[in-house]
Structures are given as C-alpha cells and as structure tokens.
Design a binder for this molecule. Structure first.
Ligand code: 3UK
Length: 515
C-alpha cells in the first residue's frame, strides 16, 4: 500500500500536533480563529459533506468570499477526499453555471451575496442538487438549500485514505478557445509550493501575518492566504471586500500584516491614491504576480514605501510562483531567477533547448507542484504537459547572470489586472450585438505599461455602432473585468488568406498610438 498523505492534515492537524493550537490561524474584522478553531470548522464542513451525501472524488463548487468558510470548506473537502472547485466570485450566473456543469459538481457552497445567481446557475448545471449558504438568506431555487450555521462542528471527522498523488482540487483557468479548463491538482502540490517558493523566497516564519489582495479563488491567492500561512503556522488576514487602495490601507492599519500580495495594477493605483508611508510600515515584503511589473512602478513604489517588492511569475497549472525576484537578487523589469526546487528551460521553434544567453525562447518549467492535467480536455492536456515539463506559453529571454525577462505570450490571451481574458470569449459576446458584424479583441499596453483590453468592431452595413450600447451589452453578459476598456471602429479586420484575424496587426496598430 502507498503511504497515506492528506494535504489538509499537513496544513491543519499538523499545527495542533506541533503545539500551535492556540495561535491565530485566521483574523478577520469579526475576530480571530485559532488553529483549534480552524480544525473544528473543517470537521463541520466534513460532517456537512457527509450529510449531503458527497462522496470521494466528487466535486464541490465553492463560490465564496475571503472568509473563514473558504478554508473550512476547501480543507474540509480535502480531508474527506472530496474535490473542492473554488470559482471566481467575479463571474455572472451564466458563466458560473457553465463551469459547474463542466465539473459535474452536485453541491455548491456560496456566500449569501451570490445567492441571487443561484437560479441562473442551476438552470445551466442540471446536476446541481443542493446549495449550502454562508450567511443570512431566504431563498427559493431549483435545488435544496442548507445553511452553513446549521451544520455541527462538534464531532471529529475521518481522514480519507488519500496519498500524495490523489486528486485534490481543481481551479478553472481561461483558455484561447474561450471556455475555461479545469486544472487538476493532486494532494502533494500544495506542500510543494510551500517548501519551495514560500520557504526560500518569502522565508516565512510563524510570526508572519499574510495579506493578499488577490482572492483565495485564484491560485495566487490560495497560496498567499491559505497554503503558506497554514504551512508555517502563521496567520492569514481574510477580507471579503474588493481590494481597492483604500481597503488595503484599512486592512494594513487594522491588522499590521507583514507580507503583502497584489497585482502590478494595484501597486500603480496605491501610488496614485497617495496612501501615506506609515500605513504600510508593518510590511516587510511585497509580491506582485499575474503580469509583468514594469520597472518604473517597482522603483516608485519601493522609494515611496520603503519595503522590497518581488515580481514573480506563476500559473494556475504550476500552482504558484516558480521564477521570481528573491532576497539579494532583485532586477527591476525582470521576473528574477528560478525558484529553488524548479527547473526552467527555453525552447526554440525547432523544439531544441536554447543554452546560450540573450536568445528568446518558449519558457518550460518542471517541479513538484505541476498540475496533473486538464479535466476532460485531452488535446489541451497533451499540448501543455510534456512529460515532466509544463509549457507555459510565455516567451522569455535569459541574461548571462541568470535573470529572465518576460517578452510576451505565444498566444492571443490577455491579462487584464493580472486575470486571464479570452479574446474569443469577448468577441463571441460582441458579435451577438445587433449592430456588430465582426469583432476582434486584443491586449494593449496603457501608459503604466500594463495590459488592457481593446475591441476592434466592424459595424453591420447600414448600422452605426453606439459605444454606450456596446458597453451596456457587455455589462449584462460578462464579468466586468472582461469588458473592453476601449472600442475602435474599423471598416474591416486584417485577415490571413485563410480568413483568420491577424491580431498582431491590430496590436501593432495600437502600439503606435497613445491609448
Ligand atoms: C502571466 C506573468 C509576466 C504569464 C499566477 C502567481 O498569474 C497566475 O496564474 P494564471 O494562470 O496566469 C499565468 C500566466 O500569467 N504571468 C503571471 N505572472 C507574471 N507574466 N510576469 C509575471 N510576474 O503569461 C503566465 O503564464 O492566471 C501567478 C501565482 C499563481 C498564479 N496562478
């Protein structure tokens, strides 16, 4: 028999065994939860899963804010061998419904504020039969409704007989075809990110207090606000609110966190908002990821606030950061050097490894935290996972002293505020508008050097396109982060002989103009 291993036991039970039961695991504006308290909440989620009849390896969808119920359900599911599928709280009901349908989850756990989406979700996900609501609500829907408060946490629950390779959790990530793919991770992958990046780059101790502007449903936020603090018996600050510069300032004042995680765009807007230096004096280190951090923003932020910022690249497939700026090794405008425990290589168009410096190539990564594949997407899985290597889809160049610089991606995907936007998906919505004949969506850099979404639209003959009406059309049909920030009307789109839109032509048209 293989050695038993369960990620939730490693992250939660182990802290009690090591005498940290009375230390704070989670702090929120409503109070603190110790590691003892966390384990009780985990038992409650396990008991709820049992009562709801959810079995090993079945999926449970989580549409939860950053609040204690998230770690309780995520770890509770792992401890029972059930597969939690955290989903973006920024999505519309229709978008969530399609993903839940793909996952075949029969049970959803949601924060009360998302309950109005339930009807739309269940109409698209016919397998869904029950919803557990966190917070107060009266609701009627096509599924059975339970309340999180009504389950009991008194009785200790059983640990499933999982091992390191057992299916653990899925995270959905957008792809070029427009439909998100379920990225499947195994139990050991969480520990692998803690023992590599969190240990050697963040150098976490149990005194650390984590605060991540990126929410728990992202791989980035999951590491920052759950895996890393619990792996080291430290404390995580959970705040359900959207992380605006103001909200970040309020949290920093109230909880005095030591580690900060956010997107490059958030750093730019904090600088813009002119938050005072003192407010952030508890931070010893900040991390950005999701898209490249322009050197200018990095330098301005560090000179304003006086603590170091490490830009690093991670991905949903790699689970967390594998290439990063590090203690005593920061080079602005680069993603730094490989994180200890990961191997990187650059590959040329012929598929050969590039050994010399300063030659651009496709970045591949190997390490213990790489996903096992995409759920029910064989072709996409074969394309991305090459033996032990993960093809990131990013083009990088390495300097003679080992720093990697991001040059771009070898597909058309856009990163808006560090979040994937699929051009195909947005185009599909735009052409549903009555005045639109064709649409092409591309990413373009704004004045801060960050990516933003631009739509080129060809009106139908005899129709004129009214920007406000396109805007309204998009607001009703897609999550707001996907909405094009600029619309350009054109008579035709540049195309190849076979009729494929040449998005690179559109991009170069934009880069010659100011946005
Ligand atoms: C791009 C970057 C340049 C790059 C993520 C930290 O972003 C995360 O995961 P996603 O699956 O996207 C992955 C892709 O985003 N990217 C991310 N970080 C950087 N490009 N510089 C960066 N620092 O194209 C990559 O392939 O959304 C980030 C931890 C966990 C994550 N999942």
């Amino acid at each position: 028999m293989r050695d038993l291993y369960n990620a939730a036991v490693w992250l939660a039970d182990r802290n009690l065994e090591q005498g940290r039961g009375n230390r704070n695991a989670i702090v929120t504006s409503e109070g603190a939860i110790t590691y003892h308290g966390l384990l009780r909440l985990i038992f409650r989620a396990q008991n709820a899963l049992g009562e709801l009849g959810v079995r090993r390896e079945e999926r449970v969808a989580l549409v939860l804010n950053d609040e204690p119920a998230f770690p309780a359900w995520f770890l509770g599911a792992l401890r029972s061998g059930v597969v939690p599928v955290p989903l973006s709280t920024m999505l519309k009901g229709s978008e969530l419904g399609e993903i839940i349908d793909d996952s075949l989850a029969q049970v959803i756990v949601m924060s009360a504020e998302y309950v109005p989406l339930l009807e739309e979700i269940s109409s698209r996900a016919p397998n869904l039969r029950a919803a557990v609501i966190v917070g107060n609500t009266d609701v009627e829907a096509g599924v059975d409704i339970y309340r999180w408060d009504e389950f009991t946490d008194g009785t200790e629950a059983r640990i499933a007989g999982t091992n390191r390779d057992s299916p653990a959790f899925w995270l959905y990530s957008s792809g070029t075809t427009g439909f998100p793919k379920g990225v499947m991770h195994r139990h050991y992958n969480l520990e692998a990110t803690a023992l590599t990046y969190a240990s050697s780059v963040l150098r976490v101790t149990e005194e650390d207090i984590f605060y991540s502007a990126a929410k728990l449903f992202f791989a980035f936020g999951l590491g920052n606000s759950l895996t890393f603090p619990f792996a080291f018996g430290a404390t995580t600050v959970l705040d359900p609110a959207r992380a605006t510069p103001k909200a970040v300032a309020v949290t920093a004042k109230a909880f005095r966190p030591t580690l900060f995680f956010g997107s490059p765009g958030l750093l730019a807007s904090i600088l813009d908002a002119g938050i005072e230096r003192d407010v952030f004096s508890s931070f010893r280190l900040g991390v950005t990821a999701g898209e490249a951090l322009p050197a200018e923003i990095l330098k301005r932020f560090v000179s304003e606030y006086g603590f170091p910022i490490f830009d690093g690249i991670g991905s949903t497939e790699a689970l967390h950061i594998f290439l990063s700026n590090q203690p005593d090794a920061v080079l602005p405008g680069t993603s730094g050097r490989p994180v200890e425990g990961y191997s990187l290589k650059l590959i040329d168009d012929m598929g050969d490894e590039i050994k010399e410096a300063d030659v651009p190539g496709y970045l591949h990564v190997q390490g213990e935290s790489i996903a096992t594949g995409y759920w029910a997407r064989s072709e996409a899985t074969r394309n991305a996972f090459w033996g032990p290597w993960l093809k990131t889809g990013d083009v990088y160049v390495r300097s003679a002293d080992g720093y990697y610089q991001f040059l771009g991606r070898n597909n058309d995907m856009i990163k808006m505020g560090g979040i994937w936007v699929s051009p195909a998906e947005v185009e599909g919505v735009l052409v549903e508008h009555q005045d639109v004949l064709e649409a092409a969506v591309v990413g373009s850099k704004n004045e801060d050097g960050l990516e933003t979404t631009v739509a080129f639209i060809v009106p139908r003959s005899g129709h004129s396109v009214d920007q406000a009406s396109i805007e309204e059309h998009c607001r009703a049909r897609m999550a707001s982060f996907k909405r094009p920030r600029k619309i350009v009307l054109v008579e035709e789109l540049p195309k190849t002989a076979t009729g494929k839109v040449q998005r690179y032509q559109l991009r170069s048209q934009l880069s010659s103009k100011d946005l």
